[in-house]
Design a protein. Structure first.
Length: 249
């Protein structure tokens, strides 16, 4: 909501930062005009009564895109905006969500929750029921599996770092976990449960489908890499023998 000398106008925010915003209006607003802004970034992040100045106007034929510079903004409002921006950049840094829009990132982040783990905390165990997807905000997570050689020790399969994800199969296929996940260091994870994803599917089906498509692409890449590794292993360990070896001239 925008207030201009007592007149209230509604616009659509297309971009926002701690220093300004880009908003689309039906009406023209001249350069240098001072406005009072109130808007909602997401649940719990309501920004009120920011004074802003128009610094650029672009004619979009049927509307106008107005670039605004914040003149006065409270520390609390600035922190709320920066937190939302950090959430957007984090999710778009995760390959599974790289192609979603800023608005979709905000919506998705609101569906899940951030969970803190101490080093060596068990996140889930092999053969436990899978019900959540995880993306690493900070820290590292160790993926292990029971060793076929030594039952007393686990084999380390992977080390998951910031902006990487694991446990995604739980969102699309009910079943048991194929490995253990352990906090390799103190870490913060974005956690999206099956119920969260189902709620997202009900509220924003298009976004849920896009995530599903990206998941299929990720799975296909992993299968290709696995096939290539198997081929490389096969040819590296199998000597090539001359078919004429041992035959008399």
């Amino acid at each position: 909501m925008i207030s201009d000398s007592g007149k209230v106008m509604n616009g659509v925010i297309s971009n926002v930062s701690a220093s300004g915003a880009s908003i689309t209006f039906d009406a023209f607003i001249p350069l240098g005009k001072k406005l009072s802004l109130s808007f909602k970034l997401r649940e719990g992040a309501n920004i009120k009564d920011i004074t802003a100045s128009v610094i650029r106007v672009q004619d979009l034929q049927d509307s106008f895109q107005i670039a605004l510079e914040f003149i006065n903004i409270t520390g609390e409002a600035r922190e709320s905006i920066e937190n939302v921006i950090n959430d957007i950049y984090f999710l778009k840094g995760v390959k599974l969500f790289a192609n979603i829009s800023h608005d979709e990132a905000i919506s998705l982040k609101g569906m899940g929750k951030d969970v803190k783990y101490k080093a060596e905390d068990v996140i889930f165990t092999e053969d436990s029921e899978g019900d959540s997807f995880y993306a690493v905000i900070s820290g590292k997570v160790r993926i292990t599996k029971k060793s076929n050689i030594d039952d007393k020790n686990d084999e380390v399969l992977a080390l998951i770092r910031e902006s990487e994800f694991f446990g995604e199969m739980a969102l699309f296929n009910e079943g048991k976990r194929s490995a253990n996940a352990i906090a390799h260091s103190d870490c913060v994870l974005f956690v999206l449960t099956v119920d969260d994803f189902n709620r997202l599917d009900n509220e924003n089906h298009k976004l849920a489908v896009r995530i599903l498509v990206e998941f299929i692409k990720t799975l296909a890449r992993r299968l290709r890499n696995m096939n290539q590794e198997m081929v490389d292993l096969l040819f590296s360990e199998t000597p090539i023998r001359d078919v004429n070896e041992g035959k008399k001239p």
